[in-house]
Ligand binder design. Structure first.
Ligand code: FAD
Length: 505
């Protein structure tokens, strides 16, 4: 007999709520811990997980397996060929292993909830104990409620209560240690079973698991950037956090909006697959801020807010599952008519970074060549797609998911709906980003644009922000850079008219 922790997007040993529960239970019963991961590429593909993220997940899994092995804990890796087949694979595997109990950390998306509840029902039928635990957020967001007991839909009051709840319930956010060794030896019979059940994790030169195909492989530049930047291990995540807090945390408020400076933490891929826990991130920032959450150093306080945004969007996804179903958070915006054609030349130009708006194109090319994009630019390109090009935010959301290494339904959907004014943004829909002003303000010397838009690399001075308008026509023509595909003023007026019509104003 053994106790099983089922890993999903919590690929770490430190501060892992379910893993630590499983270790505790196993230790009490003097039985060993076995871990499980199910490769379910059909599920990932359905959720549009970027191939670069799939590769990174598999590499992170390999590193997790090694970490577990050093502690004498085996990881059984299984494959589910179909999306709906995962529960059966899990239940069959833990039954074969003779599990007494199975633990996991909840995932909150609609399909994942169905999957986990199906597993629960089946485990009950075969008499195996189970425990789903809240771990993905700093604190279980159902505790963060208004005085009337309702979920928050606006960030600022959510944050206030979030901090109060965390301070009041310190025991709930207490960090849990990583296991140092297995709780009991693995018997030969169990070892043989594990060996038979487990499959090898596909390596970097193996084909991507089906239904991904050869043609889905990320471009070489993306792989190269990810290999160079995001070492796929729990240790790398911890080091990145420590370095960020020590060297850049205190200046974060002043630097975070400048993509050319690139001084944010870049922890998002690690958080999205759980190689680090949000509580560990919060704890490090609060400690560096002398125990304070919302006063003290402004840089750290601002960074703490970002960790809170992550919980906030999960709170929205949990409480308003319609956002998982391609529906707007604000139902009154459901009738706004957007262009939903993947063949729309405006959409194609946006995806390819050929809109003629340098800051937008730089962002889209950063995404295409690195699989990551700076937050300020995510805001600019999403506003541009929806409010300048009139393209449906769902197409932008989908393109991001298919390309981002940190693609995450709650944060991505939250960000897109915020930009399209269909989400939780408390600003009115008529607040529209002006791409030129954003460019001048947040990339003042044009470093970011020059880095990603090669056609403009030799353009000097302020001309970089608006080459068509500010350079002589002969010089502009020589650059081989596209003209703006829309006029910002005319396009935003058209958006306003369409939005007003959609919401009946
Ligand atoms: P830092 O600035 O160092 O922040 C630390 C952490 O806080 C981040 O790693 C992230 O986990 C969290 N965080 C920061 N900003 C936000 C935010 N606005 N919403 C939620 N969490 C936040 N983030 C994702 O993780 N995955 C996505 O798919 C995603 N899609 C986005 C789409 C749009 C249109 C927008 C506007 C934002 C999106 N974000 C997404 C949020 C944000 O852009 C990224 O989390 C951030 O750029 C990651 O960089 P970092 O790790 O250096 O962040």
């Amino acid at each position: 007999r053994c106790f099983v922790h089922w890993f999903r997007n919590d690929l770490r040993l430190a501060d892992n709520t379910s893993l630590s529960w499983v270790v505790q239970e196993a230790s009490r019963a003097s039985k060993p811990v076995v871990c499980l991961f199910v490769i379910s590429a059909a599920e990932w593909n359905q959720h549009e997980m970027a191939p670069a993220k799939v590769r990174w997940l598999l590499a992170s899994l390999e590193s997790l397996k090694e970490n577990l092995k050093e502690r004498g804990i085996p990881l059984v890796v299984r494959v589910s060929e179909s999306r709906r087949g995962v529960p059966k694979v899990v239940v069959d595997t833990v039954s074969e292993l003779g599990a007494e109990a199975v633990g996991w950390n909840w995932e909150y998306e609609v399909h994942e909830e169905w999957r986990d509840h199906t597993v629960m029902d089946s485990l009950e039928k075969v008499g195996i104990k189970h425990n789903g635990m809240h771990d993905q957020c700093v604190i279980d967001t159902s505790r963060v409620r208004t005085k009337e007991g309702k979920p928050y839909t606006v960030f600022t009051p959510f944050k206030k209560t979030w901090i109060q709840t965390i301070v009041k319930n310190a025991h709930l956010v207490k960090l849990r240690d990583a296991p140092t060794e297995n709780t009991a030896p693995i018997s030969d019979t169990l070892a043989a079973k594990i060996e038979t059940l487990s499959t090898a994790i596909p390596g970097p030169s193996d084909p991507l698991p089906a239904p991904y195909t050869e043609s889905d492989n990320p471009p070489a530049s993306v792989t190269e950037f990810i290999n160079k930047t995001f070492a796929p291990s729990e240790k790398a995540a911890a080091t990145r956090l420590a370095t960020f807090i020590e060297s850049r945390g205190k200046s974060y408020k002043d630097t975070r909006d400048f993509p050319g400076k690139d001084l944010t933490s870049k922890l998002s891929p690690y958080l999205s697959l759980g190689l680090i826990s949000p509580r560990v991130c919060l704890d490090a920032a609060v400690k560096a801020n002398n125990g304070k959450y919302d006063s003290g150093n402004e840089g750290l306080v601002t960074w703490i807010s970002e960790i809170c945004w992550r919980d906030f969007y999960r709170n929205i996804l949990i409480e308003f599952p319609r956002v998982c179903k391609n529906l707007p958070f604000k139902p009154e915006t459901d009738n706004v008519e957007w262009n939903y054609s993947r063949d729309n030349p405006l959409y194609i130009a946006w995806c390819e970074g050929k809109t003629g708006f340098p800051i937008v194109d730089a962002g889209m090319r950063q995404l295409a060549t690195e699989g990551w994009m700076h937050n300020r630019v995510r805001m600019i390109v999403s506003s541009f797609l929806t409010k300048d090009l009139g393209v449906d935010w769902r197409l932008g959301e989908s393109w991001f998911m298919r390309n981002l290494i940190d693609g995450d339904l709650a944060s991505n959907n939250g960000g897109w709906q915020w930009s399209a004014s269909t989400g939780t943004d408390s600003q009115p829909y008529f607040r529209i980003f002006n791409p030129l002003l954003q460019s001048e303000r947040f990339d003042p010397d044009g470093h970011y644009i020059r880095k990603y838009v090669k056609e403009l690399s030799a353009v000097k001075g302020k001309e970089i922000h608006d080459p068509k308008g500010r350079l002589g026509s002969a010089y502009f023509a020589k650059l081989g850079y596209p003209k703006p595909i829309v006029d910002h003023k005319t396009a935003s007026q058209a958006f306003l008219a369409a939005f007003k019509k959609g919401i009946g104003k």
